[in-house]
Design a protein around this ligand. Structure first.
Ligand code: SAH
Length: 498
């Protein structure tokens, strides 16, 4: 049996982009993942399909799974010879009980490793424009737990802390915050010392509460600051109003639904997150290659009959490439023909196969592709089962001969999602990004046609997509051209205008 191992991995404070590169690599090869409550869904979605997932998320007072039991789970899974990842919020060793979890493993001679994570103590402050140190203000940084055992007073040496004149950061301190403030005031810290709290740090819904030491309890109560939040005390807090770059992002606090098929969602989601959005990935369609596909295979065998091969999506390129490779051939199989792509995304997919597009229309849609493709001979179209008529109609008009071959189909059979439906009805989803008419259809199928779309804005990649959205009464905005770049730009503009 292969030897098991446990790797503690810091998942970072919430923004999935703050998982480290090494953390992601380790997660991708995990066989068992044991994770906590504060780990973001976007990170959990990186867990490999076949891996076992164990949720040991704990609630504050009534522990869901006791620590001792978590230690035992890690030990047992490793003894079974599995590659275990223990995924923890922030950094595993910063008030994360990482050390406790290693003890039992060490006693049993189980190999282990730790991948540090970005701790919320520093990252939540950073996303609120608070540099935890600054030469003008302090020369030390202290991270303290504000957790008090039920019914017991805090055991913090406030005098010692006050003497440091450093930045103080309290974790797990929301409940005890008034006691922490009192302790610091009693220890002689100035009542007007700048202080702040950052709730849900690094997430789109992050909130910052500015105060002084003496006004913090009242300000936090007014804003109803809840856990998870950090408390920061120190002069560096005075910089927050000037440096809170996150708050200024155009989509900060807004939820954007990404409806693309899972394998294509990544780039769009990341770019929307970089604009401050809370991204909700809900793939509404799936594209599946048509197999077997005698029509395509026949055409690929006799490519000499064609002058051009025309692609209208990356999925079409991928379906062609898979068949070509399965037939034992490679890019040289397309040596005799010219290649056309509807837009840059499709051209890029060709690029990934070592092929370059000989023609891309100036406007990235079927009508312009059909109207602009040089008329030099017969065209092979490799595309979806139900392709846009605009392409073939344009060829007909121009007397261009073609063969229209369906190489993949769109599957819509995603179940109704009550959670998404409720969120759209309640106005919690502000924008939905649609990258094709089929994603609109899939979305409406996922929430039901009778959903209230009045508070939703559909961000559409092109006119055809927009037309589909309008059919269901969805208010739309259309990207200036049919690219992911333009769609992201549109999202930013909409957010800025709100
Ligand atoms: N190991 C974690 C800390 C675990 S203790 C880390 O390094 O970040 C849990 C405490 O961390 C919470 O009570 C809260 O104070 C803080 N915390 C975790 N995630 C947070 C977030 N996104 N925003 C603000 N505080 C957070």
């Amino acid at each position: 049996m292969e030897k098991g191992m446990v790797t503690l991995v810091g998942a970072g404070p919430g923004d999935p982009g703050l998982l480290t590169v090494k953390g992601r690599e380790v997660l991708r090869s995990a066989e068992v993942v044991v994770y906590d409550r504060l780990v973001s869904p976007a990170i959990l979605s990186m867990i490999p399909e076949g891996a076992e997932r164990i949720d040991v998320g704990k609630e504050a007072s009534h522990h869901k799974i006791p620590q001792e039991e978590i230690n035992q789970i890690l030990l047992r899974k490793a003894q079974e010879g599995r590659q275990v990842v223990r995924l923890k919020g922030g950094d595993p060793f910063v008030f994360g009980r990482g050390g406790e979890e290693l003890e039992l493993l060490e006693q049993h001679g189980i190999p282990f490793a730790e991948v540090p994570g970005v701790t919320s103590a520093i990252a939540a402050a950073a996303y609120a424009g608070i540099p935890v140190t600054h030469r003008d203000f302090c020369s030390s940084l202290h991270i303290i737990t504000g957790h008090a055992r039920a019914g017991k007073p805090l055991t913090i040496d406030f005098e010692a802390l006050a003497r440091t004149r450093g930045t103080l950061i309290f974790l797990m301190g929301v409940t005890a915050m008034p006691m922490i403030v009192e302790g610091l005031l009693n220890a002689g810290m100035a009542a007007d010392m700048p202080a702040a709290m950052v709730e849900d740090g690094t997430l789109s819904r992050q909130r910052r509460c500015d105060a002084t030491l003496s006004t913090l309890p009242q300000r936090a109560a007014e804003m109803e600051i809840r856990s998870p939040a950090i408390i920061v005390v120190g002069k560096v807090c005075s910089l927050a109003p000037r440096f809170d770059w996150f708050e200024r992002l155009p989509l900060k606090g807004r939820t954007v639904l990404v409806t693309r098929p899972r394998e294509r969602a990544g780039v769009l989601s990341d770019r929307l997150r970089a604009l401050g959005a809370n991204v909700w990935e809900h793939p509404c369609i799936e594209t599946v290659p048509i197999l077997p596909c005698p029509a395509m295979e026949g055409a690929l065998e006799e490519l000499g009959r064609f002058k051009w091969v025309c692609f209208t999506s990356p999925a079409g390129v991928e379906a062609m490439w898979h068949r070509l490779r399965a037939l034992g051939r490679d890019a040289r199989g397309l040596a005799g023909v010219k290649l056309a792509a509807i837009g840059p995304g499709t051209a890029k997919a060709l690029g990934q196969c070592g092929l370059s597009a000989d023609y891309v229309p100036a406007v990235y849609d079927a009508a312009h592709l059909g109207a602009g493709l040089p008329a030099e001979g017969k065209v092979l179209i490799l595309r979806a089962e139900v392709g846009s008529k605009e392409l073939t109609e344009a060829f007909d008009r121009r007397g261009i001969e073609f063969e229209d071959v369906a190489v993949y189909r769109t599957k819509y059979d995603h179940p109704l999602s009550p959670a998404l439906r409720a969120a759209v009805n309640g106005g919690a989803v502000r924008y939905a990004a649609f990258t094709s008419a089929s994603t609109v259809k899939g979305f409406v199928g996922s929430v039901g046609e009778d959903t209230d779309f009045s508070r939703l804005v559909g961000l559409c990649i092109g006119e055809q997509t927009a037309a589909e959205a309008r059919r269901y009464g969805i208010e739309v905005r259309v990207a200036r051209e049919a690219t992911i770049d333009a769609l992201v730009e549109l999202a930013a503009e909409c957010g800025e205008r709100e």
